[in-house]
Design a protein around this ligand. Sequence first.
Ligand code: GLV
Length: 318
Amino acid sequence: MQVAVTRRIDDDALAILASIGQLRYWDNDLPPDRDELLKLLDGVDGALMLLTDRVDAGLLDRCPSLRVVSNLAVGFDNIDVAACTARRVAACTTPNVLTQTTAEFTIALLMAVARQVVPAARAARDGDWKTWYPFRFLGRDLAGATLGIVGLGRIGASVAQMATGLGMRVVYSSGRTDERYQRLDIDELLETADIVSLHVPATPTTHHLIEAHALALMKSDAILINTSRGTVIDADALVAALEEGRLFGVGLDVTDPEPLPSDHPLYSFDRVTIVPHIASATMTTRMRMSSLAAQNVVAVLTGVEPPHCLNPEVLRNV
Ligand code: GLV
């Protein structure tokens, strides 16, 4: 049995994979390019992959020995699941273990934006701290504010619970039903919320869900937070809204494209805080994710039900 790993990961996950065969390891912090990826996957039975690796019909046809692709992520917009299913390749992910961590980071980003933590810290570091300023770096209170969750799934629900603890009123627009919060349609949510937090997967339906019209509906001093996928926001429309002076602030853990080039106009706004897709990045959670991704591979290749498979119908004949 041969298993590929497409990025440098921790030893525990490597040991889980090595227990069933030979490893082909891309021992690098940067991803393989497409040709390197195809070479790495050539002849392997399974692969532990990252959200930066595109798994499409072309790749699957070039790698017919693949029986399982296991994403080190809960999101799977990099994987064409239908193409996997058509070729009887199991596609696996790592949900649950990152829910709380990602929700905590959403709150961290929200607080950072609401209280201008990043511009204030930059001013202090740059020597622009001359006195105690009564009316500088003024933020927005969260207690009493209305948080609009777009997508009440696992992570959205966890954010909702934390926000309730902070005294926020929570409304939501899609996902599971929860009687504790008011469900609104998306337009009503955008008009009502002081803070809008995005928690939907990247799909054709959610592509540019937040575009010019949606941004125009939002309160002019609202905060927008995105820890889901960058394509949910139309970045050009967001730049235009910011140029018009709309929105109190924006927090982006995810962007379109990723990485966001350093000359992108979004970086020019002090009230926009951008971080490089780190919402699930704690040591504990990343270790749990990589172990789970490895367990998915091992389970499929040893004929056991994997912890999280997107297309379990292929498992019968793997
Ligand atoms: C990270 O974005 C993930 O999908 O796990």
